[in-house]
Design a protein around this ligand. Structure first.
Ligand code: PGA
Length: 257
C-alpha cells in the first residue's frame, strides 16, 4: 500500500524558540491521538529551516511516523561554499528528509534541473529521503503546457535515478499559481496531474513502482480543502506551507484522510 504523508514546509519562518514551540505543540496533539489510530496513519514530516533541524528531530524522535527534513541542501558534501549546508550535514542532525526543487528555489535562486539532479544525487548518497517538487506557472497552464513542463522537470531532475534510489523519493506536485495565493487546484486538476505523474513513473520504473509511489499535492492546502483533495485516487497527501505554521490547523490536515 502507498504511504500517505502530510508534510509541513515552514519556509523562512520561526525563530528557534518559536519553531521548537510549534513542533512541540503538534507532537503533543499527535501523542494524544497517535497516528496509528488516525485513519490510514499518514506519515508526518516537518520541513524546517536548518537552524531547527536538530532540535525538532529531538522533539519528534520518540514519535512513530514523525520525521524532520531540510528545505534545501547543497550539491557538494563539504568544502569552501560559504553559507551552504550539505546533505551529510543535514543527515547528522537526525533528519530523514530533504526537499529538493521547490518552486521558490527554482525561481528565486535560479536552481535548474542540472543543479537539482546534483543535489538529489548527493542526498541519496547521504541516505536522505527526498521530496522532489515540480509544477507549472500560471502562464504555462494557460498555454496548456503544464503536462510538458512537469514531464521535463521530472525527466531532467529526477528520472536519471536507478530503481533502488527512486524508491527513496516522493514527488510533490505544486502548481506555482497555487502556492501561497489561496488559489487551490481543484481536486480534479490535482487528480489529473497526479495520474499523469504516476504514469510517467510507471513508464520509467514499471507498474509496481508507480503503484507504490507517493505523490503529494501542495498549494494553498488547508483544513477546509484537504479532505477533498486527499480523497482523489492518485493524491497521497500534501505539502503544506502557510497552514503548517498553525498547530491546530496542521493537525486537522493530518486527520483529513
Ligand atoms: P502554501 O505553500 O501551502 O502556503 O501554498 C505550499 C508550499 O510552497 O510548499
Amino acid at each position: 500500500m502507498r504511504k500517505k504523508v502530510v508534510a509541513g514546509n515552514w519556509k523562512m519562518n520561526m525563530t528557534l524558540d518559536e519553531g521548537k514551540g510549534l513542533a512541540d505543540e503538534i507532537c503533543q496533539l499527535i501523542k494524544q491521538k497517535p497516528l496509528k489510530i488516525i485513519n490510514n496513519s499518514p506519515e508526518v514530516i516537518f520541513f524546517t529551516p536548518f537552524i531547527h533541524l536538530a532540535e525538532v528531530a529531538d522533539i519528534a524522535k520518540d514519535l512513530e511516523g514523525v520525521f524532520v527534513g531540510a528545505q534545501n541542501c547543497y550539491s557538494e558534501p563539504s568544502g569552501a561554499y560559504t553559507g551552504e549546508v550539505s546533505a551529510p550535514m543535514i543527515k547528522s542532525t537526525g533528519s530523514a528528509y530533504v526537499l529538493i526543487g521547490h518552486s521558490e528555489r527554482r525561481s528565486l535562486f535560479n536552481e535548474g534541473d542540472k543543479m537539482l539532479a546534483a543535489k538529489a544525487s548527493l542526498a541519496i548518497e547521504s541516505k536522505l529521503n527526498i521530496v522532489f517538487c515540480c509544477g507549472e506557472s500560471l502562464e504555462e497552464r494557460e498555454k496548456n503546457n503544464h503536462f510538458d513542463v512537469v514531464r521535463n522537470q521530472l525527466q531532467n531532475g529526477l528520472f536519471w535515478m536507478d530503481e533502488k534510489s527512486i524508491a527513496n523519493v516522493m514527488i510533490a506536485y505544486e502548481p506555482v499559481w497555487a502556492i501561497g495565493t489561496g488559489l487551490t487546484a481543484t481536486p480534479e486538476q490535482a487528480q489529473e496531474m497526479h495520474a499523469f505523474i504516476r504514469e510517467l513513473v510507471g513508464e520509467k520504473y514499471g507498474q509496481q513502482m508507480a503503484e507504490n509511489f507517493t505523490i503529494l499535492y501542495g498549494g494553498s492546502c488547508n483544513s477546509k480543502n484537504a479532505k477533498q483533495i486527499f480523497e482523489q485516487q492518485d493524491v497521497d497527501g500534501g505539502l503544506i506551507g502557510g497552514a503548517s505554521l498553525k498547530p491546530g490547523e496542521f493537525f486537522k490536515i493530518i486527520q483529513s484522510f
